[in-house]
Design a protein around this ligand. Structure first.
Ligand SMILES: [Zn+2]
Length: 428
C-alpha cells in the first residue's frame, strides 16, 4: 500500500547536515571577524572603573536613579510582552490565521499574505505594548525630556510601525520567493540575499528612513561650521557638510551621530546640542563622530550585521526543518506564508538573545571613537564638560544595573567615558 508523498517539506532531511554545517561555518566566520575587527583593548593599561560621585552630586544621581526606576518597568515590560505576543502568534495556529485573514481582502495570494500578514502582526505587537509606551512617554515628559504632543507621538509610533513593517515585508517577500523557487537550497540563496539587503538598507537608511522622522538642514555658515570642517580636514576625514536634525520637535536630549557609508555617509548633530552646548563641546562631540567616520565603523557594523543576518537565516532554516514546530504553527515550510509569525518569533528571540553581544561590540567601537576625539582635540576639559552636560540633560544612567547594561547599553556609561578621559590624560 502506497502512501501519498508528504507535502512540500521545508528542508529535505538529507539537507539538514548541510544547513547545520553552513550555520556553524558562518558562526565561526562571525566569531573570527569579531576577534579581528573589534578594538578589544582601547587604552592599554587604563583603569576604567567608574566613580559617579567624582563628577556628579548626590542630587543629580538621585534624580537620574528616580528617572530610571520610573522608566524600567515599561522598558523590561515592552521586551517581555513583545516576546510573549510573538510566541503566542508564532507557536500556535493563531498567527497563521491572522496571516490568512489579513490577505483575504487583497485576494489571498502568497505575496498579499506576506505583506498584509507582516503589517497586521506588527500592528498587534505594537497595540499590545501601547499602554507601556504611553507610560514611558509620560515619564519622559515628567522629567522634561519629551517635547512632543500626543498627536506627534502617535504619528511617530505609526510611522515607526509602517517603516518596520515595510522593511520586514521586503526581506520576507524575498526569502519566501526564494523558498518557492528553490525548495531545497533556498536557505543558501536567502542568506546571501538577506546579507545584501542589510548592506543596501544601511546605505539607504539616511536617505530613505531618517527623513521620515526628522528634517535635516546644513549647519549655518559661520565660525562653528568653519571650525568643524577645519577639524575634519585636520583629521583627514573628507566631510562636505555637517547636518542639523530638528530633534527639538521630539526631545530635549542632546546627541549626534554618523550614519550611512560611502556616498550616503553623513554627520548629524541635534539642534538641541547646538542650542545648549558651547562651541568647544560641540567640537568634541563632532570629533567623536569623525572617529566613527575615519574607522568606517558604520561599514564595519553593517558588514558584521550582514554576516550575522546570513548566519541567522541558516539557523532559522535549521529550526524550520523540525516538523513538530511547523505543525504547531500551522505552516508547511518557508515557502508557505503562514510561516511568517514563527519566523518573526525566531527573529525577535534571536535579536534579544544576541543583544548583549551586539552591545559589547558597539561599546568597544564607541570607546575607540571617544579616544579618537581626545587624540584629535587633546582637550580633556571640554570632553569631560560635554560628557557631564550630556549626562545631566539626557539623565544618563550613571551606574547601570548589569542587566540593563547588557541589554540596552550601546555606549559605555558616562562615568566609564569620564574615567577613560582621565586615564588618557594620565597615560600621556
Ligand atoms: Zn558614537
Amino acid at each position: 500500500m502506497s502512501h501519498p508523498a508528504p507535502s512540500a517539506a521545508p528542508l529535505p532531511v538529507t539537507a539538514v547536515p548541510v544547513t547545520l554545517t553552513l550555520t556553524l561555518t558562518l558562526t565561526l566566520a562571525l566569531a573570527l571577524a569579531l576577534a579581528l575587527v573589534v578594538p578589544w583593548t582601547v587604552l592599554p593599561g587604563a583603569d576604567l572603573r567608574p566613580d559617579p560621585l567624582r563628577d556628579f552630586s548626590p542630587e543629580q544621581i538621585a534624580r537620574e536613579v528616580a528617572f530610571h526606576d520610573a522608566l524600567r518597568p515599561s522598558s523590561y515590560g515592552t521586551l517581555a510582552l513583545g516576546l510573549v505576543v510573538a510566541a503566542v502568534l508564532g507557536l500556535t495556529r493563531s498567527g497563521a490565521r491572522v496571516v490568512t485573514a489579513a490577505a483575504r481582502p487583497l485576494g489571498g495570494g502568497w505575496k498579499a499574505q506576506v505583506v498584509a500578514g507582516v503589517l497586521v502582526l506588527g500592528l498587534l505587537g505594537r497595540l499590545a505594548v501601547v499602554p507601556l509606551a504611553i507610560r514611558s512617554e509620560t515619564v519622559l515628559r515628567d522629567y522634561g525630556l519629551s517635547t512632543q504632543t500626543w498627536a506627534s507621538w502617535a504619528s511617530d509610533v505609526t510611522k515607526g510601525l509602517l517603516v518596520d513593517a515595510g522593511l520586514t515585508a521586503l526581506v520576507l517577500l524575498t526569502v519566501v520567493a526564494l523558498a518557492r523557487r528553490a525548495p531545497r537550497s533556498w536557505w543558501a540563496w536567502a542568506s546571501l540575499a538577506t546579507a545584501g539587503l542589510v548592506v543596501a538598507g544601511s546605505f539607504a537608511y539616511p536617505l530613505v528612513v531618517e527623513p521620515v522622522f526628522n528634517d535635516f538642514r546644513p549647519l549655518e555658515r559661520g565660525a562653528l561650521r568653519d571650525d568643524l570642517l577645519a577639524l575634519a580636514a585636520r583629521d583627514g576625514v573628507p566631510v562636505d557638510d555637517v547636518l542639523v536634525a530638528d530633534a527639538s520637535r521630539r526631545t530635549t536630549a542632546l546627541n549626534a551621530y554618523v550614519s550611512g557609508f560611502g556616498g550616503s555617509r553623513r554627520i548629524v548633530v541635534y539642534d538641541t546640542l547646538l542650542a545648549s552646548a558651547p562651541a568647544d563641546e560641540v567640537e568634541l562631540v563632532v570629533a567623536h563622530e569623525l572617529g566613527h567616520a575615519e574607522e568606517q565603523d558604520v561599514l564595519t557594523g553593517t558588514l558584521l550585521g550582514a554576516l550575522g543576518a546570513a548566519t541567522g537565516v541558516c539557523a532559522i532554516a535549521l529550526v524550520l526543518s523540525w516538523q513538530p514546530l511547523l505543525r504547531r504553527a500551522g505552516a508547511r515550510g518557508m515557502a508557505d506564508p503562514r510561516v511568517v509569525p514563527l519566523v518573526l518569533l525566531l527573529v525577535t528571540a534571536g535579536t534579544l538573545a544576541t543583544a548583549p553581544a551586539t552591545n559589547v561590540v558597539s561599546r568597544r567601537l564607541e570607546a575607540r571613537a571617544d579616544l579618537h576625539s581626545l587624540d584629535l582635540t587633546r582637550d580633556v576639559a571640554a570632553f569631560s564638560a560635554s560628557q557631564r552636560r550630556l549626562a545631566e540633560r539626557n539623565l544618563s544612567d550613571l551606574e547601570p544595573h548589569p542587566l540593563a547594561y547588557a541589554l540596552f547599553a550601546t555606549h559605555p556609561s558616562v562615568t566609564e567615558r569620564l574615567a577613560l578621559a582621565r586615564e588618557w590624560e594620565r597615560l600621556q
